[in-house]
Ligand binder design. Sequence first.
Ligand code: SF4
Length: 722
Amino acid sequence: DVDKRQPERWTRSTCPYCGVGCGVEAGTSGGRLVAIRGDKKHPANFGKLCPKPAGLPEAVHHPDRLTHPLRRHGDDFARVSWDEAFEEIAVHLGGVLEEGGPEAAAFYISGQLLTEDYYAVNKLARGFVGTNNVDSNSRLCMSSAVAGYAGAFGADGPPAAYSDISHSECIVLWGSNTADCHPVTFDRVKRRKKDPKVSVVVVDPRRTPTAAVADLFLPVRPGTDLALANAMLRVILDEGLLDRRFVERHTSGFEAAAEVAAEWTPRRAARVCGIEAEDVVEAARRFGEAKAALILWTMGVNQSTVGTLKNRAIINLCLATGNVGKVGGGPFSLTGQPNAMGGRETGGLAHLLPGYRKIEDPNHRLEVEEAWGVEPGTIPAKPGLPATELFRAVDNGGVEFLWVAATNPAVSMPDLARTRRGLRNAFVVVQDAYPTETTRLADLVLPVAGWGEKSGTMTNSERRVSLVEKVVEAPGEALADWEIFAGVARKMGFGGDFAWKDPSEVYEEYRELTRGRPMDVTGLSHERLRRGPVQWPVPERIEHAERPFGGIVRMWDRTEDEHPGTPRLYVDSKFDTPDRRARFEPTPHEGLHEPPGGEYPLVLSTGRVKNQWHTMTRTGRSEKLMKGLDGPFVEVHPEAAGEAGVENGRLVRVVSARGEFLARALVTESVEPGTIFAPFHWGDLWTGGGSVNEATHDAADPVSHQPELKGAAVRVEAIGEQ
Ligand code: SF4
């Protein structure tokens, strides 16, 4: 129901959807969330919001909310107490550890979790259960950017800030439908574009609403980004646009990268990409001639079996033109999820530990073991399984216990038939706020306090840490995720190490593990964040700052010796590599893992629509946001539609070598003839016609292990039933 009451009170908080991380104000009345408005003081959005958070009051108080722990009995579920649920987990987990060892247990978590939740599960899994099988759905989203930054700069972390958009002369949006997926950031781009000296270049196989505002649109074929990036680098060299001084003083590896780029004439790249050679040259000139230029990118770059190389190719272009650590310039990946960054910071990927430490580094393991007060050697030296391998192991019996938190892999993982089979094989615990396709397959379902019902922190795409506030009570017996992890830890006999009274204590413990690290947040606390969000690094005291501040520092009410935060990284051109130089990387072109042809002549690209989020767990429960959405659809070019006998608005079957799904055909020239596009939001709970990921494959990048969700070979079939 939509609550029509006027708010009695407004509380500053942060939007729980995309990585823009907009500040919101939550309006409450009589213990209910009744309204949401933009926070005019928050530097990510200055009061602007996209439509999604407006649906929060409906979703938070929706009658579907899970309110009590549930235990499977055959095909049904019965209510159990928290004590029984914790006991059941402790017994199962204990049994699996005894028989299969720590590698037989796994945790699959989410960029929806708050930093405190993330920290608690990492501590439990790695420090006490002794498994590194902790991976996040951020693996599907940003892990190629993590690998790209770490390879080029020696540390993860987008160097730029949203304010750079307002100082840039050329903004390249590469594989990013910013207009629909990061609408408030797109607003900044549009505002900046009003200046006649600013140009916007969009690279995307699909003519998106983002492409509609471009000065130059490059509709490349899927999987050809590396050809384009190499050719752009070649033009930059040929036309004397190289920032030679920056390259010589602050980088390494340039010659090898330039050698690969030299093979890519604009004409050759144009042939491979399916665009005009003049446009390749034009894109390179616009980027290379601008006083400051930005490249913003998301899943079109990352979700690829060569996602890490694509990230490196983009960073190569920025390094070649001196666009790093510069006002208005830089490589800037936009995170999909609200706290994908917090997950990276707390060690939420299988190869990481808190504070951007690496599992493979013995000193890093020891530092964390000492902080957690566990025996040296407790944390295994081998990284855990990344998501796609983890679900393969669940399917083949290598993982027997799986704990899923705040994500819905039964819709969002590639190759769903395999994923579902695995979820039926293992003992599966799922904690969520709503019933999902994954809770239906669980052995134990745990109800969680959702957004507005617990406090904690999130980090957005520009490294800005913001506070999320508790404004209403959680329904029934629902608990915060960190409380559930701590409850099981207590049951397993580790209680003293998880005895936090509230989430601010979890944060205080976590921040100590960031001291002196590239993403130091020792200067932050929940109390300080109540005065306003801050960009890391933010060491404890101002004199500890190693880097001069870049650009305009927005001073929140900070006391004299408080560090103000860091708007821009690498302003001194000193990188986190051993020689303090940024590294170029040769990026030879490689195409799609599964090229189209034969029975499957089309490439399926997956993505989002503006008013929905992920698998619709929350946004699907808002009438406001569902308005105008007529179920799943697939965009098909008229040429491909004609060949398959498909008519606009009719139901079609999309088939790959792995599975199929049903959707209504939207016949449009937004896609090129060889590509189709379908949003991944709808699962079986909504349609009964299968999810898009029935058709996708789980082949992944060898470095980042991110799967290629935008490149499955498929065919489209017209079907009789309408
Ligand atoms: Fe929320 Fe992203 Fe929309 Fe901002 S742009 S209101 S963070 S979903």
